[in-house]
Design a protein around this ligand. Structure first.
Ligand code: FCA
Length: 329
């Protein structure tokens, strides 16, 4: 019989150590994300690397868009003798498999952004988590829209204004974000019957566009649209679909969530677009703080806070540069 998987990995780890002793001197942690191409995750990685540079550890960054890749990423981290990993999972239901695999290799695990759920459907409370205050942040997005709509003289109660909700309801944080936005607009006078859900299959811009297009086409009689979604990409997809159907920027108020590169690229355009604002989140708290907490846990046994929720700030074309300068100071 050949070597077991564990023996193979121990061997690989040994070879790795022998082959490149210098770069392997520092302790290592993993940082696994579900969508490495998304700006938000690039920002988290950037800040995680900074934490490593400032505190003397190496961050192994792995993109894992599905369950197989998550499990092989964990094996790779074990082979590289990492202390543990921070993860934004491609699917919260992988929770039990992730927990089991981490325990098998003796790796510490923390989740970020999307919380892992257990076999009972409840969050796995034993895995420390850093997430956003989803309901509050969604509420802020809705309030920004209500204020801008009032400024433009839109009558939310008239039935002439539609709210397009890009929906990714299988993800708890996604559901709460857009529920907060919808409820804030209903509180501001929008009838519940003017809310149109557009379920997304993926949470990127293309997923937002593909979800929005048929809904906006079907509701072609409505010529003023508010657009919310779980992140900047979803809302951008909705805005692009509305523009594609001939609506001008003055007929669209899209407010995203994130405030990373996808939003700032939009604010940097010479002319404003229907992407009116974003709620800026803190990739530093989600990237730097989580990486450092995981490192200290693995290295010194200091357990992280079990649950942290971060908040957001309103970001528009007018204040985005000042806001980012403050954040990065
Ligand atoms: C989720 C979303 C990301 C980002 C993050 C904070 O993981 O998919 O776009 O909003 O939460």
């Amino acid at each position: 019989m050949g070597p077991t998987r564990r023996e193979m990995l121990a061997l690989m780890a040994g070879l790795g150590l022998a082959g490149c002793a210098r770069s392997d001197d520092r302790p290592k942690i993993g940082f696994i994300v579900k969508q490495p191409e998304e700006q938000w995750f690039q920002s988290e990685w950037f800040h995680a690397d900074r934490a490593g540079a400032e505190h003397g550890f190496t961050v192994i960054k792995i993109g894992a868009p599905d369950g197989d890749r998550v499990l092989s990423a964990i094996d790779t981290l074990a082979a590289k003798n990492a202390l543990g990993f921070v993860i934004c999972t491609p699917d919260p239901k992988l929770g039990p498999a992730i927990r089991q695999s981490a325990a098998m290799w003796g790796l510490k695990v923390m989740s970020v952004d999307d919380r892992l759920i257990g076999p009972d459907g409840d969050p796995i409370e034993s895995i420390p988590h850093v997430g956003i205050s989803a309901l509050n942040i969604g509420t802020m997005a809705g309030q920004v829209i209500a204020r801008e709509a009032a400024g433009r003289g839109w009558d939310l109660a008239s039935g002439e204004v539609g709210l397009l909700r890009l929906a990714f309801d299988s993800l708890q944080t996604g559901l709460e974000r857009t529920q907060g936005g919808r409820d804030a607009l209903i509180a501001a006078g929008l009838p519940a019957s003017a809310v149109y859900d557009a379920p997304q299959r993926t949470t990127d811009t293309e997923g937002g566009f593909t979800a929005a297009n048929p809904v906006l086409t079907r509701m072609g009689a409505i010529r003023k649209w508010a657009i919310i979604g779980m992140n900047d990409e979803a809302v951008l997809g909705g805005v692009r679909a509305a523009e594609g159907l001939g609506l001008s920027r003055s007929d669209i108020i899209g407010v995203g969530i994130g405030g990373s590169g996808s939003a700032t690229a939009e604010f940097s355009k010479a002319n404003p677009t229907g992407f009116f604002a974003s709620i800026l989140l803190s990739p530093k708290r989600h990237g730097y703080d989580t990486a450092l907490a995981l490192y200290r846990w693995g290295e010194a046994g200091e357990a992280p806070a079990p649950l942290v929720y971060t908040d957001g700030l309103e970001m528009t074309r007018d204040n985005w540069q000042a806001l980012l300068a403050e954040q990065n100071a």
